[in-house]
Design a protein around this ligand. Structure first.
Ligand SMILES: [Cu+2]
Length: 89
């Protein structure tokens, strides 16, 4: 009688990526006063590699960025500054 060998479950395939889970980060940006400011921030932050969408709440001074992978805050900060504003948090 041979000992039975159970098939190994799982394995090493950890490559599955959930496309639904996009990292999202919210930043405080000071200096935005109108739609032009909003568009400038959206345009510059939108150029950061990996960024999927940029939502700006003008009244609250908040910028919410969805991205394909976690972003380097320094890159977002640089983009906001390029647009002429300051990322404060
Ligand atoms: Cu403006």
């Amino acid at each position: 009688m041979k000992p039975s060998v159970a098939p190994v479950a799982g394995g090493t395939d950890q490559a599955a990526v959930s496309l639904a889970a996009m990292p999202e980060a919210t930043y405080s940006v000071t200096g935005m006063t109108c739609d032009h400011c909003v568009r400038a921030v959206q345009a510059e932050v939108g150029k950061v590699p990996g960024v999927a969408s940029v939502a700006v709440d003008l009244g609250a001074g908040r910028v919410t960025v969805s991205s394909e992978r976690p972003l380097d805050e320094a890159a977002v900060r640089a983009a906001v500054e390029e647009a002429g504003f300051e990322l404060t948090a």
